[in-house]
Design a protein. Structure first.
Length: 394
């Protein structure tokens, strides 16, 4: 096998998330003949590497969604994951498989800074990952009902159930796993001659002998469903194939600019529209936390308000419709919180200067609203203030 054909398969030795940003121990092997499993602080340099990440570092789930295009699916996935994840789902790096005819789609979500950190640590060892897979997704998928695959890798237990979901468990969590199964569960255990199947499992055990766990996962990684190095994390080789396009794109843009400023006006309007839409969605989520997926803000807001009592929803809608575009137009201004009570809309804003707040108040007053500041505080680089908005004219 030529050196250029040799691929390094590498995984952090420990799956503890606390050590992910400073990995001190790695497991690796290559696909060269007679290659042995190695571990240590400094792996060998490689321009062709496949990264196997612990499944415990991400959320992996098979979702059932209506059939939709790939573009619409990418937009819908953050909303579909909101019920399962805490925090800002929109900030996660999300990858998905092709949607199946029954509407199911396998999804993995990981903190982007975490994936970036691991890539940079490998690059510091002169290792360039061309692919990244979740280790548990490299296990065989037993699609028969009530059948699961399980493997021990170091101190972790990798599990893939009959739905295709994957996870990484500690030895202590195997006891919890036992309580979720019954005597009819089919277990496919993959282990080397030095390993023993877990005693906590109930049901029927099918043993599959392998040489080394990492070797078995590496051999199956090419067919694993999800590739993590997509979008902003496309492999270096993929990025290089796009470099030649940059001069052509730049020339085309210059040609368009030379023929007039229509394209720049269009892009500016698109950017403003996107900011407006994001601001409306932010207002909606803070005002109506029960609405998880925003499709038609006005209709959904009216329905949510109709379900509530004790507030003038017509007044709130009017204030939101006027206020949202004004806030969206203010650059370097972010909405921190929103309340509506006693016919007043109360906003907590963070912006770059008091001047921007004055400009926003002036615009609101020009729209026929009353607007005033309260509780203004400032620090080295920003100003925080409450804005109270009500109907009528000043």
């Amino acid at each position: 096998m030529r050196e250029a054909d040799t691929t390094l398969y590498i995984r952090p030795a420990a799956s503890a998330l606390a050590g992910a940003t400073a990995i001190s121990d790695w497991l690796w092997l290559s696909n060269a003949p007679q290659a042995e499993l190695c571990s240590g602080v400094k792996p060998p340099a490689s321009a062709q590497a496949t990264l196997l990440l612990p499944a415990s570092w991400m959320h992996i789930r098979r979702l059932q969604l209506p059939q939709m295009s790939a573009a619409k699916l990418a937009q819908a996935l953050p909303f579909a994951l909101e019920d399962y994840l805490a925090g800002e789902v929109e900030q996660l790096h999300i990858v998905n498989s092709r949607q199946q005819p029954d509407g199911s789609v396998l999804v993995a979500a990981i903190e982007p800074h975490l994936l970036q950190s691991v890539i940079e640590q490998l690059q510091a060892h002169d290792i360039q990952p061309q692919s990244a897979k979740a280790d548990a997704l490299c296990l065989p998928w037993q699609s028969d009902s009530n059948s699961n695959s399980i493997m021990q890798l170091q101190e972790d237990w990798l599990l893939r159930d009959h739905r295709g979901d994957a996870m990484c468990l500690s030895a202590e969590e195997l006891d919890w796993l036992q309580s979720t199964q019954d005597a009819d569960t089919q277990w496919h255990w993959y282990g080397s001659a030095r390993q023993q199947p877990p005693t906590q499992l109930q049901g029927h055990l099918h043993q599959h002998q392998i040489i080394e766990p990492l070797q078995a996962l590496s051999a199956a990684s090419a067919n694993a469903e999800l590739e993590l190095l997509r979008g902003r994390f496309s492999s270096q080789e993929q990025q290089q194939t796009r470099l030649w396009r940059a001069p052509a794109i730049a020339a085309a843009v210059l040609l368009l600019i030379g023929s007039g400023y229509a394209i720049s006006d269009y892009l500016l309007l698109q950017d403003q529209l996107q900011q407006h839409q994001q601001q409306v969605q932010s207002l909606m989520r803070q005002t109506f936390p029960e609405i998880t997926t925003i499709v038609n803000p006005r209709v959904q807001a009216e329905r949510a308000l109709a379900a509530r009592t004790g507030s003038n929803h017509d007044q709130l809608l009017r204030l939101l419709q006027i206020t949202a575009p004004v806030i969206a137009a203010q650059q370097l201004t972010s909405l921190q919180s929103l309340e509506f009570a006693s016919e007043e809309l109360r906003l907590q804003l963070r912006t770059a200067s008091v001047t921007r707040l004055d400009e926003m108040l002036l615009q609101l007053r020009q729209q026929g609203l009353q607007a005033r500041l309260e509780g203004v505080t400032s620090d080295a680089d920003s100003v925080r203030a409450g804005v109270v908005i009500s109907g009528g004219t000043n």
